[in-house]
Design a protein around this ligand. Structure first.
Ligand SMILES: Nc1ncnc2c1ncn2[C@@H]1O[C@H](COP(=O)(O)OP(=O)(O)OP(=O)(O)O)[C@@H](O)[C@H]1O
Length: 638
């Protein structure tokens, strides 16, 4: 029976309740209770009015009110998110302007403290100011300007504080390179890597990236890591699953190819790329790579690095799932091999060749930076492997930080001047024009203003994040209340699968045609309506698309992790978003976490072969090609 109005419904329920009450009372309790006369509804006196409330009946207007409040909250959240995005844009803009004012290639200098084995003289040859270094030698004084000078007593923390802003830029989707350059034994590895008590830039940067990513409320960021070494002009994969081979063997066995795609993006074929979900995992992988690096003993440094060691962190910044937008930024942290006068290091044989190779690639790097600075048409990237690898991270839109290291010792003055001259060359082009004091103070003022803007934007973003969380909580409660009372909300649809999405895309023209048949088709000229042949062609195309969707779903089910170039092969933003979501889910799934070693790499043959088979069983030919071409993934390791 249908109840037309609320009142009718209630009165009917009241009657039935009254009837049932009367029946049950008559059946179960015909006599008095505790000697009291039973209440008779059949007496002559008129019956008392019965008030019945049925808890299951909720007035219609309450349902509407709840629905309204849900949609209001949803609207509020999207408004807040929009405001948050705008503030985030402002923050990025301010940061970019700051970096542009300060210069996209910045050069710092760090002076190493005296070591126990150093011969100390009364008069030290180097005096360091905050932005200037003066070298005194053989009665001459040479001055070198820098963006920042770190004197001997500078702590690792202070150095990192100056590096931090550039990391934010990497998180915002820019390509960033941080180099440590200098003579052998001047502290490049100490600055980049550090010790367990005094961690250097790389471990601190890894920590900072995860910290910043967790605070970022407008998007979510995922990370992957690769490490390689440029040794005697060849590339070695430092995170390779193979056992750490000896340097000279590895050169031939682990050589990798550098490819540049038509867009100018650099890809290193076969380079291992591991996904890093947290700082602990990142550190584990970093330590693993470090141990494999080629070092040898020289007269100058007991554990001299004989190669350039490159650590790459790739950042995938995903916007809202609805936006399906993704930005990829690369952060390169490079511990360059020591520049050295080969005679001084006492190098012979292989070590001598290693030194020569290091020097050649360093001068190629200097040429590239100088050409970029001078904005020359031709940039000689091809002159060394190092510059080929960094090609897409050194050019326009990228940020470069060079940390030049020098020794405080008298006997190293010649080398010190060489290193400082290298730095001067890198810095010169952008600082060609010596700035007047007025201009300098104007720039400083502008930077301060922009820093203030940035802080304000960050605060606003933080406030909005908190507000969104609160409203979201309220929304969840309301949704829960609605679904428990009235059943699922109308717009609470299950997330659309790639197959459904493509099917919908295929069906859309059909639907349109159906509508047009009814309404517009007759008004179309005959040559614009579909022929039998065109219909046949279209259904063949539809079958292909649905087939693709199926294989796509099988891919997402098998939790394959996509890299930048792989996901780019799917040009549709909605599919990308779905794939990203599925990646995200699988990453946090317990079985995905298991594939990362907790403490040390454990060889689990069945596990790894299972994963490998997943990687190759995709039925999608496009995917197979990109997977085949691409880097090995963490799941493929060991
Ligand atoms: N700022 C510093 N404070 C304390 N010790 C330092 C500092 N810089 C360097 N050292 C020490 O100097 C020694 C040489 O440093 P490191 O190995 O980092 O030099 P390097 O430039 O990387 O040399 P190479 O190019 O040969 O690899 C190490 O014992 C290191 O601990």
């Amino acid at each position: 029976m249908l109840f037309s109005t609320e009142n009718e419904q209630i009165s009917l329920v009241s009657v039935s309740a009254k009837e049932s009450f009367q029946t049950s009372h008559m059946e179960s309790n015909p006599d008095s209770i505790d000697g009291l006369p039973p209440v008779s509804y059949f007496s002559d006196s008129p019956p008392l009015p019965i008030i019945c409330t049925d808890v299951n009946v909720i007035p219609e207007h309450e349902k509407n009110e709840l629905q309204q409040s849900i949609s209001n909250l949803e609207g509020e959240i999207s408004q807040l998110k929009l405001r948050q995005r705008l503030w985030d844009e402002k923050r990025r803009e301010a940061l970019n302007k700051i970096i542009d004012i300060k210069g996209s290639i910045r050069v710092f200098c760090r002076v190493r403290p005296f070591l126990l084995m150093d011969k100390r003289r009364i008069r030290e040859p180097i005096s360091a100011g905050s932005e200037k270094i003066v070298v005194k030698s053989a009665g001459t004084r040479k001055g070198f300007d820098f963006d920042k000078v770190f004197p001997q007593e500078t702590s690792q923390e202070d150095v990192f504080a100056e590096v931090k802003p550039i990391l934010r830029s990497a998180l915002d989707g820019h390509n960033v390179c941080i180099f440590a350059h200098g003579q052998t034994g001047t502290g490049k590895t100490f600055t980049m890597d550090g010790t367990s008590e005094q961690p250097g830039i790389i471990p601190r940067a890894l920590k900072e990236l995860f910290c910043q990513a967790s605070l970022d409320s407008s998007s979510y960021i995922t990370f992957s890591m690769s490490m390689l070494e440029v040794y005697m002009g060849s590339l070695r994969d430092l995170l390779s699953p193979k056992p750490a081979c000896r340097p000279h063997e590895a050169v031939t066995r682990c050589n990798l190819n550098i490819q540049t795609d038509p867009k100018g993006l650099v890809e290193i074929e076969g380079l291992t790329e591991v996904q890093i979900v947290d700082f602990a995992k990142a550190r584990w992988w970093y330590n693993r790579g470090r141990r494999v690096r080629s070092t040898s003993w020289t007269n100058v440094n007991e554990a001299s690095s004989r190669s350039h060691c490159l650590t790459r962190i790739t950042m995938f910044r995903h916007g809202d799932a609805s936006e399906a937008k993704r930005e990829v930024g690369k952060l390169w942290m490079v511990d360059l091999g020591g520049s050295e006068r080969l005679l001084k290091t006492g190098a012979t044989g292989l070590t001598l060749d290693e030194g020569r190779a290091i020097n050649l690639s360093l001068s190629a790097l200097g040429d590239v930076i100088a050409a970029l600075r001078r904005k020359r048409g031709h940039v000689p990237y091809r002159n060394s492997k190092l510059t080929q690898i960094l090609k897409d991270s050194l050019g326009a839109g990228s940020k470069v930080l060079m940390l030049v290291h020098v020794s405080p010792c008298e006997e190293d003055v010649g080398e010190t001047i060489c290193s400082l001259s290298f730095a001067k060359r890198a810095r010169a082009a952008e600082c060609n024009r010596e700035l007047s004091e007025d201009l300098k103070s104007h720039r400083e003022k502008r930077v301060k203003e922009l820093e203030e803007d940035m802080r304000e934007a960050e605060e606003e973003c933080h406030k909005l994040k908190n507000q969104i969380q609160k409203v979201d909580l309220l929304l969840c409660e309301n949704r829960k209340l609605f679904s428990t009372t009235y059943g699922p909300l109308e717009d609470e649809k299950a997330p659309i699968s790639p197959e459904e999405y493509l099917k919908e895309a295929v069906e859309m023209p059909r639907k349109l045609e159906k509508t047009s048949k009814g309404n517009v088709s007759n008004s179309l000229p005959r040559f614009m309506t579909s022929t039998a042949a065109s219909r046949q062609r279209r259904s063949a195309a539809e079958r292909e698309v649905v087939g693709k969707a199926r294989s796509l779903r099988s891919v997402t089910r098998s939790s394959i992790q996509f890299t930048a170039s792989q996901s780019m092969s799917y040009s549709d933003p909605q599919i990308k978003a779905i794939l990203q979501n599925s990646n995200r889910k699988s990453r946090y799934a317990p079985e995905a976490a298991d594939t990362l070693p907790a403490e040390s790499p454990k060889c689990n043959v069945s596990e790894s072969s299972k994963t490998r088979s997943k990687l190759v069983t995709s039925s999608d030919p496009n995917l197979r090609v990109t997977l085949g071409r691409h880097r090995r993934w963490m799941s493929d390791l060991i």
